[in-house]
Write a protein that binds this ligand. Structure first.
Ligand code: WQD
Length: 339
């Protein structure tokens, strides 16, 4: 089955592409390269030994990618494309609404035009806002604290309205917790643009000497060691969750459902640093800084619905995340310096 991956050269899209091919799917990548590079596409073809159709296009310009739906018999779309930096979304809300909302609306109209009835949508635990209970179930109240989170919640609601209007649709919404790590081959991984907002790439860049030290945002949270707790999920587990979701909707009558993709465990920032140092032998110089606006104290998933309905469970450990993230950073640093 041909599956269109929007945002296909991004961190999650590229790893899902590799996992889909292993499962016998035929991915087609669409990306505007605003937050990724063509090198990712080259490496995916090198890793898999297969050609992978790639279209450089912005979803807001349907004419630039409409012929994907006439060239291929597209069975499903996995929609990753979107900007996801919380802080940036506060500074540039209109950019986020244009990119994340308008792009998606153009995509949905093309799907409707060409009768593509299967969709997996990349959402985020950010739609839960400040957790009222942990672990967080899918039934948790939804609220959003920033423009980025609001685009994700609005898009979930748009998809639900669309499903009610088009009863032939099969839609799975996946709410990611904290994706981290890299493909074990070291060939693909997280490529942050500029200064990393997320902690894992900041840690690996600190270990590589690219950053002098890590600032820990807040050590006065109501947690055992005072630092924030998150559910770090290995990118390979996230990728397999997408394959299982696609398998599920393929075999399902029309549906709309949401699933948490997390491990069900929470680790503090200090626990993450300690694990990284133990696994890699690298030291992470760090200082304590004030809390980051918008951060919550504790956020980790109840993944039991994905386990029971999708037959999916995260299998990688925090140690695996640290090991694979460091292999990726070290290899990239080596390649960078060899250029
Ligand atoms: C994790 C922990 C920070 C950086 C964000 C988005 C979320 C999703 C994942 C898209 C927190 C602490 C971080 C640093 C630190 N993205 N930290 N120093 O904020 O949980 O989630 O990324 O879907 O929507 O909100 O991830 O990696 O930024 O932070 O101390 O330099 O690390 O305070 O406790 P977050 P994060």
């Amino acid at each position: 089955m041909h599956v269109v991956l929007t945002g296909g050269t991004g961190f999650i899209g590229s790893h899902t592409c590799a996992a889909l091919m292993e499962a016998g799917y035929d991915p087609i990548l669409i990306d505007n390269l605003s937050n990724s590079t063509l090198e990712v596409h080259r490496r995916l073809e090198e890793m898999t030994g297969k050609r992978i159709p790639f279209i450089q296009a912005d979803l807001r310009d349907p004419a630039s990618y409409e012929d994907v739906f006439t060239t291929y018999n597209v069975g499903a779309v996995i929609h990753f494309a979107g900007w996801k930096a919380v802080g940036e979304s506060v500074e540039k809300p209109l950019d986020y609404y244009h990119n994340n909302l308008s792009g998606t609306l153009q995509l949905l109209s093309l799907m409707e035009k060409y009768k593509v009835t299967r969709m997996v949508f990349s959402s985020s635990a950010t739609v839960y806002g400040t957790p009222q209970i942990t672990p967080i179930p899918e039934s948790h109240p939804l609220e959003t604290l920033n423009p980025y989170g609001r685009t994700k919640l609005m898009l979930e609601q748009i998809l639900l309205d669309w499903f009610h209007a088009l009863p032939s649709m099969r839609i799975a919404v996946l709410r990611y917790f904290n994706p981290a790590g890299a493909h074990p081959s070291g060939a693909i991984g997280e490529v942050p643009t500029g200064t990393p907002a997320n902690i894992m790439p900041y840690i690996t860049q600190t270990a590589a000497g690219i950053r002098p030290k890590l600032r820990i945002f807040g050590n006065d949270y109501p947690t055992a060691d005072g630092t924030g707790i998150r559910d770090y999920i290995h990118i390979q587990d996230l990728a397999s969750g997408h394959v299982r979701a696609l398998d599920h909707i393929n075999g399902s009558p029309p549906m709309y459902d949401t699933f948490n993709l997390g491990t069900g465990n929470g680790w503090s920032v200090l626990e993450l640093i300690r694990t990284f140092e133990q696994i890699t032998g690298q030291t992470i110089p760090h200082t304590f800084a004030p809390r980051r606006p918008g951060d919550v104290a504790v956020c980790y998933a109840d993944p039991s619905k994905a386990e029971s309905v999708l037959g999916w469970k995260a299998v990688h450990t925090l140690e695996d995340i640290c090991r694979d993230a460091w292999r990726w950073e070290s290899r990239e640093a080596e390649l960078y310096h060899s250029r």
